[in-house]
Design a protein. Sequence first.
Length: 211
Amino acid sequence: MAIRLGDEAPDFTAETTEGTISFHEWLGDSWGILFSHPKDFTPVCTTELGAFAARKSDFDQRNTKLIAVSVDDVESHQRWKSDIGETQGAELNFPIIGDESHKVADLYDMIHPNANDTMTVRSVFIVDPAKKVKLTLTYPAATGRNVDEIVRVLDSLQLSAKFPVATPVNWKDGDDVIIANSVNDDDAKEKFPKGFRKVKDYLRFTPQPNK
Ligand code: BEZ
């Protein structure tokens, strides 16, 4: 069955380029991003893994661990790693799971047979420190993901985990946010001392509270 928002992220133990990892234990108190790519030694995947590696410090700053997976084995990932470093300007700095048995791919429903019956699609699962799935994304093989968007959504998820706020369309870190409708105006005055702008009863903006 598909994994839904709020579900516990399925746990697993797998071989990776950084040794054996038990997913929940490895996550510890961090947020996590588990993402699949279709195949090693393919062009779009090479650019994606390089781009995630280049942005590792952005994920570190957000207490977030990255882990990739495909149905290739660890030995293949190890050989491919050097191509990523050579061509993308960043050495791979997070583990890739070898999933030739499809254990992880099946647990996370990453093979979509009507798209391709052997390769994983480009899935993204963002998991919070309580191991709950907070975001899922699915891209097809021919479309590389956007790392800026994944950092942006991580900022939104972490903000709404900490404050009773939501983020509007095209929001980015530093922009005003929306006060949750569960907070009445009196409570909003206390919770958001920088004040708020009321456009409608249900649409109130306030400066980003952690800035
Ligand atoms: C790619 O990464 O370029 C790719 C992988 C599998 C199918 C199509 C493209």
